[in-house]
Write a protein that binds this ligand. Structure first.
Ligand SMILES: [Fe+2]
Length: 221
């Protein structure tokens, strides 16, 4: 599956593998998952030695009072961490958790904000999160779910996200290829190059992301 998907990507792309973790997982499970992810990266690197780069990070489901396993989801060499919440998470709880993560010195990348009720009700809340130093990553996979597709499209239309991620769970899911680029042309007002190259490069270079919305920041676009 992964070979067929990677074959469609532009050369010189960087693929970041983000296996799921949860703040309630035991150390033993975390450890074995990390080992598997690293072995997977080694295998793929052998298969595609030059055209692409691969990194392994993770996506952490943040729950409860203890901030655990943050290092597992740190993008290598950066302070950025990819986090997600349960879809029913409240706006207040999101703010509290984000503040706690920032206070520990990490910069949160909010995965698929379009799935959270607080975002579907009021998308402009992402502006506040971006002012706090967060990134917002729309999932291309959300475009296939009736419940989330319109919010995902509206975030792209209004410049209320920093990047689009494939979030590919199966060969049927979108990847960042020409087909997705074409689909986004119909509604996204953020250039494809910005959400698939400029912003991801800032993340991988451990740089700050601009405040949202992106559309008003002409120098970025
Ligand atoms: Fe997720």
């Amino acid at each position: 599956m992964i070979c067929r998907m990677i074959d469609k990507l532009e050369i010189n792309s960087t693929v970041v593998f983000t296996p799921h973790y949860s703040s309630s997982m035991s150390k033993r499970i975390i450890h074995s998952r990390t080992e598997r992810a690293n072995r997977f990266q080694d295998r793929v690197e052998e298969e595609f030695p030059e055209a692409l780069s691969f990194l392994t990070s993770g996506e952490l489901m943040v729950r409860g009072h203890f901030l655990k396993h943050m290092e597992q989801v740190r993008y290598p060499g950066t302070g950025w961490v990819l986090i997600e919440f349960g879809t029913a998470v409240t706006w207040i709880e999101t703010l509290i958790q984000v503040r706690r993560i920032i206070s520990k010195g990490y910069y949160p990348l909010i995965a698929h904000p379009e799935r959270y009720r607080w975002c579907r009700r009021k998308r402009s809340r992402l502006i506040k999160l971006s002012k706090m130093g967060c990134g917002a990553l729309v999932s291309a996979r959300s475009l296939s779910f009736q419940k989330y597709a319109s919010t995902a499209r509206n975030l792209l239309r209004d410049g209320l996200c920093h990047a689009i991620c494939s979030d590919a769970h199966s060969p049927r899911d979108y990847i960042l290829d020409k087909k997705l680029e074409k689909k986004l042309e119909g509604f996204s007002r953020i250039p494809w190059s910005v959400i698939t190259r400029t912003m991801p490069e800032l993340i991988l270079n451990d740089m700050k992301l601009p405040e949202l919305p992106l559309l008003e920041q002409k120098k970025v676009l």
